[in-house]
Design a protein. Structure first.
Length: 340
């Protein structure tokens, strides 16, 4: 399976849940985050944890007053399989004896080295063709699909079940927030609940941030020895803190991964209070519609913006418009743009 979605949409949470389910069924779950050496780390995690102690007693003769050892002890790890496929196969041999299997999850797959991805995909392809009890889940930003699915060596990934994560309906957000606060002895209802729910925009990471920061404000204001009801001011204060944290953890890193022209496109969009006309964006960029359209497609594929139809686009990440407006001067300076 391959899971894609924007930052903060819940990909890592999904991987954690998959591992929990696998372990409940007595499967072994091995997780990795894509970075240099990923395949080697996976291989190492599949080695037996125990090694063998071996002893030797080898008396030696002193020559020219240089003595030899009378004996020794050494610790030997089992020899490492030559390939990831061999390591997985050996581990599955053990697991399948008890009707179990192996789950491997890889997060941030868009950042993986090609050699690592080839090693993992090749091993998995062979083992799955042998009907082994192996499950593999990749998660990453939308660029993962464009990066790996167009690679001739990665045909295995094209056959993986695709799952694209999106926002959560606000009705479900409201119920989840109310229930979670109730479980901790705090009442969140009426206008404060509405403020909290609307602030999340259904964005999974923002749901977490809003809930946490409102709870933190309430805990700071009350001793929580008895039932406490969240006030409007407390809800608004928590939302403000959550939005600040969202900028640091989602908006900033997302922009850091974009090209200068991508950012210029977004700055042009941020001048509007709602959906932007693609022709107006091109005009603000000083480019023709065809040229600007290249970056429109890139940003849609990256799930940074979304197509609203009728030649319009809007931001797909909550509060990115506000973040761009707040940091426009700095972004323009880094891009070498004027303040026009």
């Amino acid at each position: 399976m391959r899971i894609t979605g924007a930052r903060g949409i819940g990909k890592t949470v999904m991987l954690t849940e998959f591992r929990r389910i696998a372990e409940q069924r007595s499967w072994q779950a091995i997780s990795e985050t894509a970075s240099a050496g990923m395949a080697q780390r996976l291989l190492s995690k599949m080695q037996p944890q125990k090694g063998n102690f071996s002893f030797s007693f080898e008396p030696s003769v002193s020559v020219f007053n240089v003595g030899g050892s009378l004996g020794g002890m050494r610790y030997e790890r089992d020899s490492m399989p030559l390939t990831l496929r061999e390591a997985m196969s050996a581990r599955l041999d053990t697991l399948e004896k008890r009707n179990a299997g192996l789950l491997v999850t890889i997060d941030e797959a868009q950042a993986a080295d090609r050699s690592d991805m080839v090693a993992v995909a090749t091993a998995a392809q062979h083992l799955i063709s042998e009907d082994r009890n192996l499950a593999l889940v990749f998660a990453g930003l939308p660029s993962m699909s464009s990066k790996w699915l167009n690679d001739d060596v990665m045909t295995f990934l094209r056959r993986a079940q695709p799952e694209r994560l999106g926002d959560i309906p606000l009705e479900e957000v409201s119920s989840a927030l109310a229930d979670t606060f109730h479980a901790s002895g705090i009442i969140l209802k009426d206008e404060p609940l509405h403020i909290a729910t609307q602030a999340t925009a259904g964005y999974p990471f923002m749901i977490q941030l809003v809930g946490y920061h409102i709870w933190r404000v309430v805990r700071r204001n009350h001793d929580l020895s008895g039932p406490v009801e969240v006030s409007i001011d407390e809800a608004q204060a928590g939302v403000k803190d959550a939005m600040s944290r969202l900028g640091d953890t989602v908006h900033g890193p997302e922009l850091d991964g974009l090209s200068p022209i991508d950012k210029t496109y977004l700055l042009a969009m941020a001048q509007d209070d709602g959906p932007s006309s693609t022709s107006t964006i091109a005009e603000r960029m000083g480019k023709d519609v065809k040229y600007a359209g290249i970056y429109r497609i890139r940003l849609i594929e990256a799930q940074v913006i979304e197509d609203c139809g009728y030649g319009k686009v809007d931001f797909a990440i909550p509060y990115l418009r506000e973040y761009l407006r707040e940091h426009a001067a700095y972004i323009r300076m880094t891009l070498g743009l004027s303040e026009e």
